[in-house]
Ligand binder design. Structure first.
Ligand SMILES: *[C@@H]1O[C@H](CO)[C@@H](O)[C@H](O)[C@H]1NC(C)=O
Ligand SMILES: *[C@@H]1O[C@H](CO)[C@@H](O)[C@H](O)[C@H]1NC(C)=O
Length: 324
């Protein structure tokens, strides 16, 4: 009986997760605006009057804030009346006021609770941040599902917000039983979230319906390093140009395998900082009339500090392994 139950749950989870969907530029541009809006002040988001990000995505109703002030985690949930979808967008690090996620990066893994890969490891900092809002998030989503008759859902986020978005998607699939074909999932400049087993679990649950958009040599998607056993899942959409051209390349990745080296992984030491806040020709700092905390330069500085401290950390680690 137990075996049967397990089998049927696994079957339901993997159902249609294997189907591939194609990358849609217009959807991606819209997702980038939703992701950018997550940095705007709450009062503006509630009225969906937050500046460019809101003007260019009109029709958002019932916007609800989900936050854990202690852990500096934030997402908003709303119903986009123009697309008929629920939108969930997670904010990345908040520059000045935040605990920088990288200081947390220590490469510690927590166990990611799931039935399939009991050993799956998830980045402890991201997971802790996510857990701070998980229950409220699911409640907010469920309220909108009840109100709008179970619509499809768009999930997105930039930087650390992309990492949180992935954890959110896994919960939507398991705890809210939302089928993969009802989820549209795009992240931007997203760091790695877990180890090998976690990656394979992600494939199992959401399959090839997960687009990881990366701008040129944006360094954040290369953190935490694969040398500390972190792995990405999902389809990489790599914008190949530092400037704003719309040229991109798709690299499909697979369970059990390292990420393709045909896209952004062809750089051994990606150092891009400016490209991290500019996707598809739209600069993050231009999207809110007022941001929650950090000004754009502060945000850049925090990424820059991140880069430096992380590099030092890696060198120390390698040094301690006697690699130099
Ligand atoms: C939602 O969109 C429909 C048209 O698609 C419109 O008739 C309706 O007024 C909109 N609802 C709100 C509350 O804006
Ligand atoms: C999935 O989306 C369809 C609309 O495309 C909707 O009718 C259905 O209820 C949704 N299912 C769930 C479980 O949300």
């Amino acid at each position: 009986m137990r075996t049967f139950l397990l089998f049927s749950v696994l079957f339901t989870l993997s159902q249609s997760a294997s189907q591939t969907v194609s990358y849609e530029l217009e959807v991606s541009k819209q997702a980038w605006r939703y992701s950018a809006a997550a940095y705007c002040v709450y009062e503006d988001l509630e009225k969906w009057d937050c500046g460019r990000a809101c003007e260019e995505t009109q029709g958002m109703l019932d916007v609800q804030m989900v936050r854990d002030a202690d852990r500096d985690t934030f997402a908003y949930v709303g119903y986009d009346n123009s697309t008929g979808k629920i939108v969930i967008a997670f904010r990345g690090t908040n520059g000045a006021e935040s605990t920088n996620w990288i200081t947390n990066i220590k490469t510690d893994f927590d166990k990611y609770p799931n039935w399939l890969y009991p050993d799956a490891g998830v980045h402890s900092g991201f997971y802790t941040a996510y857990k701070g809002i998980a229950d409220n998030l699911k409640q907010a989503v469920q309220r909108l599902r009840d109100k709008y008759d179970y619509p499809e859902i768009m999930v997105t986020g930039h930087s650390m917000g992309g990492a949180l978005a992935l954890l959110g998607v896994l919960d939507l699939r398991t705890d809210l039983s939302i089928p993969p074909e009802n989820i549209t999932f795009y992240t931007f400049g997203q760091p790695r979230v877990g180890g090998e087993n976690f990656r394979d679990y992600v494939y199992f649950v959401i399959g090839q319906r997960y687009f990881r958009v990366i701008h040129e040599d944006d360094m954040v998607p290369h953190l935490p390093s694969i040398y500390f056993s972190f792995r990405h899942a999902g389809i990489e959409v790599w914008y190949t140009d530092q400037q704003d051209s719309e040229d991109y390349k798709i690299c499909v990745n697979y369970p059990g395998r390292l990420e393709s080296h045909d896209c952004s992984n062809q750089y051994s030491m990606p150092t891009g900082v400016d490209v991290h806040t500019r996707y598809m020709g739209v600069e993050l700092s231009e999207m809110c009339k007022k941001t929650q905390a950090a000004s754009a330069p502060t945000y850049r500085e925090s990424i820059m500090n991140t880069a430096i401290s992380y590099t030092i950390y890696i060198f120390k680690k390698f040094d301690s392994w006697g690699l130099f």
